[in-house]
Design a protein around this ligand. Structure first.
Ligand code: ATP
Ligand code: MG
Length: 392
């Protein structure tokens, strides 16, 4: 029996001229992913991308899993394809549908006949196939109002399609449809989630990671690259730019008041991130900050941080509780990596009494004790880039 995937994309976001580029992006993304799972024909019709295996070697389970990570796809159904006659449709339904009804109580059949030359109308098809399914699955009942599973029979131009239930897709918009942003990626729980959330809105990601060797270890950096690798399963390839803050941190400790270390460091980070963003064509910075989570994430502290840059700073986790962020981290698979205990540059030289309501003028007094621009330039000189290739 031949099985295909029907991947539906939302209509709401498809406006005018954008529609075509949106569809092209989705098509390209599906093709890229499909190449890892065998030979597929990928084409679209009626707000659906059809993924059709060309031979028996194609890995449909793998492809289904991969399709469920494509932003822009709202629902995925597996469907059996057969010839357009009632005998073939009946036989296929009896053979294919029961696996989807195991453990379910009720179902109904909905039929659609785009090919009006087909002998039976949709009511007749539903009635007949419903009867076949009842025969094949004696445990199940018909419920036309609130069925557990909707079995769909569609008579289309080239054949009949039978599906039983659809699965939620990743939602959102195709990556690349909303520009490129630079994610400040630490090894924590929040920033990979923040990156994933913006990728879901169609933003292609570059990432910047700050390290402080030898205060931070090789293993800490590997952890961050591993996180980028996981996010890339959704977001596509990510270039991770790694910058050393060692010298800046050592100078801060020597020259500035301890209470301001974290804030000053964050202003350096943002300034460097802005420079890298502009070089790499990113129009926004993305961080994993959440209001009130730590001293540097109060309104005043975020204000002081933002005052260092002239790019929009997206903080998708700002209104989320840790628990909500953790739920997403688990869902996307970053959580287990994030909780591995390695140091971050923010956790070396942390002040005992960080300022929670800093005033910009006082921060600047501290900042001006050092040659800010020279230190930023020097740090830029340490930048190297790791290309994380998405493995689907
Ligand atoms: P996370 O779980 O993402 O590490 P956090 O709650 O630990 O966040 P902070 O350590 O204060 O918060 O960092 C706030 C944000 O600053 C992070 O979400 C991340 O976007 C950025 N950030 C922190 N450390 C680094 C780093 N070493 N490299 C790049 N970005 C960083
Ligand atoms: Mg952190």
């Amino acid at each position: 029996m031949k099985e295909i995937l029907l991947c539906k994309y939302g209509e709401i976001v498809l406006k005018g001229a954008n529609r075509k580029s949106f569809e092209d992006m989705l098509g390209r993304e599906m093709k890229k992913r499909a190449s890892a799972y065998g030979n597929f024909d990928i084409y679209r019709a009626q707000s659906t991308i059809y993924v059709e295996p060309k031979d028996d070697e194609a890995d449909m389970d793998g492809m289904f899993e991969a399709a469920s990570k494509v932003f822009g796809i709202v629902a995925i159904a597996r469907a059996a394809v057969c010839e357009k006659n009632m005998e073939a449709i009946s036989r296929t339904a009896k053979e294919y549908v029961p696996q989807f009804l195991a453990g379910k109580k009720t179902f109904k059949v909905e039929s659609k006949r785009s090919d009006k030359a087909f002998a039976l109308d949709s009511m007749e098809i539903s009635r007949e196939i419903g009867g076949d399914i009842l025969e094949a699955c004696p445990h199940i009942r018909v419920d036309v109002h609130h069925p557990d599973v909707i079995v769909k029979v569609e008579i289309r131009e080239f054949g009949a399609y039978i599906s039983a239930g659809q699965f939620k897709g990743a939602g959102g918009m195709p990556v690349g449809s909303n520009g490129k942003g630079l994610l400040l990626l630490s090894g924590g729980i929040d920033s990979p989630v923040a990156g994933w959330m913006l990728a879901k809105r169609g933003v292609r990601l570059d990432a910047i990671h700050f390290e402080s060797f030898p205060y931070t270890s090789e293993r800490a950096r590997e952890k961050v690259l591993e996180l980028a690798q996981i996010v890339s399963e959704y977001a596509g390839d990510i270039f991770v730019h790694v910058v050393s803050l060692t010298h800046i941190q050592e100078e801060l400790v020597k020259a500035c008041e301890e209470d301001y270390f974290t804030l000053l460091l964050r202003r350096y980070m943002m300034t460097i991130a802005e420079k890298v963003a502009r070089e790499k064509g990113c129009a926004a910075l993305i961080t994993g900050e959440s209001l009130g989570q730590v001293a540097s994430q109060t309104m005043q502290a975020l204000g002081v941080t933002d005052a260092a840059v002239n790019l929009p700073v997206f903080r998708p986790c700002i209104g989320m509780d840790k628990e909500e962020i953790v739920t997403i981290a688990r869902k996307i698979g970053t959580f287990e990596t994030s909780i591995q205990p390695y140091e971050d540059c923010c956790t070396v030289f942390t002040p005992r009494h960080p300022r929670t309501k800093p005033e910009l003028e006082k921060v600047l007094v501290q900042e001006n004790k050092l040659d800010f621009n020279a230190l930023v330039e020097e740090a830029m000189g340490t930048l190297y880039t790791v290309h994380i290739k998405a493995e689907y």
